[in-house]
Design a protein around this ligand. Sequence first.
Ligand code: PMP
Ligand code: GLN
Length: 401
Amino acid sequence: MQQIPGAWQRTARGAGLLAPDGSSVPTIFAEMSALASATGALNLGQGFPDQDGPQEVMDAARRAIAEGVNQYAPGRGYPDLLAAIAEHQQRFYGIALDPAREVLVTVGATEALAATLLALVDSPDDEVVVFEPYYDSYAACVALSGARLVPVPLRWPDFQPDLERLASAVSDRTRVILVNDPHNPTGTVFSREVRDEIVRLAHLHDAVIVTDEVYEHLVFDGPHVPIATLPGAAERTLSISSAGKTFSLTGWKTGWVTGPGELVSAVLAVKQFLTYVGASPFQPAIAVGLRLPDGFFASVASDMAAKAALLGTGLRAAGFDVSTPGGSYFTVVDAAPLGATDADTFCRELPDRAGVVGIPLTAFVSPAHRDRYRTLVRFAACKRVEVLADAAERLATMTRP
Ligand code: PMP
Ligand code: GLN
């Protein structure tokens, strides 16, 4: 590939987003979904459901298009969606929000995370504490912001952090403690002690807590506990979520940030120059979704719990050591009992050996820490029961090297 002269690729290169030849490095999700398409393997890699979301939500989007909701939305989002998000936070968590000041609609949780990090950190002296393994966009956005990523390891098999390690990672340089709960890629739900410690440390070092709660309705032994509900947390917490997982509509890319007005305004200040606003007709439809009865949300969690249990049984039968998830789409296994010495190689060979795609956990860690997660693989349970059963059968009869 031809090298692009000049300085304008410097940030992307500095952030590790470009290969040495100047081509953009695809995300592990894009890469593994392409591998699944090319080989015809079952895709338990990228986390997207293979069934549509609720009919009434999809009908509402069609209606919105037909009724002319097709031009730019207001910067913060349509007032009715802002109100529906605030109602949702009140209904499920008892969090009271002023929809006009304390809620912002974004293009998925991805944009919410990017705008939040770009708003809150900017210098190599600023540190962002994350739990490792971490969702891939965290490291990319922290790198693009120019700040430093400080990872705190989660330990196989329960993936809770050591509280002393956590305490020693947070300092007066910490601007943000970024917490994904339930957690991707491990499926862990953080313990009460971990959440309390995060809040204590944020106070001690005057840090902002940013939560990524896209799996909030996929907690198997609920209810989900947002960090913003802990004593003293709300005043310094920005909570991020999205419609993608709750409504099985990952392609709609509609998310939101909630929290103190001044912090939300800072995120809006950046967001308006990233996307200006998100797609209009999805917004009234997501408002319909957020107002669905409690039974819908309960079934989202119980359906996924049943699928995770089915996947876990299949993975155990195939010979993997299996970590039991507390929520999310994901289950992590250790592939060492099946002879794996490197998860990346194992996952690249898996379509040929078993006709199944998984994601190596090493894709979610900093290069220096790969060894800790060397043989761990993530499988997604958000697929039809027949697909999970087929995958289990294929893995159980996998060819050995
Ligand atoms: N955070 C986590 C932990 C995720 O797993 C995902 C993937 N959906 C996102 C953020 C991005 O969400 P969205 O598709 O709403 O941008
Ligand atoms: N959140 C999804 C996952 O973890 C992937 C989203 C994406 O491809 N960026 O599988």
